[in-house]
Design a protein around this ligand. Structure first.
Ligand code: ZN
Ligand code: ZN
Length: 154
């Protein structure tokens, strides 16, 4: 194991302990599978974890995802029409750009300042804690691919 991987593993162990979770191979493997900025659905995570932990089951991975999301080590987002996605960037109330063409998901920072960074026009007496915004559109690749057909229509 490279020194970097060792340091990452130690950081993951510390995060699990700080969250009050028992440190298990499957929890470490799930945390380890995410690269910064990635948004993965449960099947993606299972496929990757199964490579390093062949004895794991889909059910076990789903259970780990639920447990990690519950203690805020993972954030779960649920864009309309897509399976729930998990990511390791937590606690900053960031938002998402979602491509309607290829389902690519990209993080965007808070619209203004910190959570909750948006004020609804009417709060109905709620004390707002977070805001969750999904911006839908076409990513640059899908826009480029859409150009010829659009040109053909005009
Ligand atoms: Zn796209
Ligand atoms: Zn995100």
């Amino acid at each position: 194991m490279s020194p970097n991987a060792t340091a990452e593993r130690e950081a993951a162990v510390a995060r699990l302990r700080a969250a009050g979770l028992k440190v298990t191979e499957s929890r470490l493997a799930v945390l380890d599978t995410f690269s910064p900025g990635e948004h993965l659905d449960a099947d993606d995570v299972y496929t990757r974890v199964a490579v390093v932990l062949p004895t794991t089951s889909r059910q076990a991975v789903y259970g780990v995802l639920g447990a990690l999301a519950e203690v805020d080590l993972l954030r779960k987002i649920e864009p309309a029409g897509s399976p729930a996605l998990y990511e390791t960037r937590v606690g900053d109330n960031h938002h998402h750009l979602v491509c309607t063409g290829c389902s690519t998901v990209i993080d965007v920072g808070c619209v203004v300042g910190e959570a909750a960074c948006l004020t609804p026009s009417e709060t109905h007496g709620f004390r707002i804690a977070t805001a969750e915004v999904t911006f839908w559109g076409l990513c640059p690749d899908c826009s480029a691919n859409a150009e010829p057909s659009r040109a053909g229509l005009s």
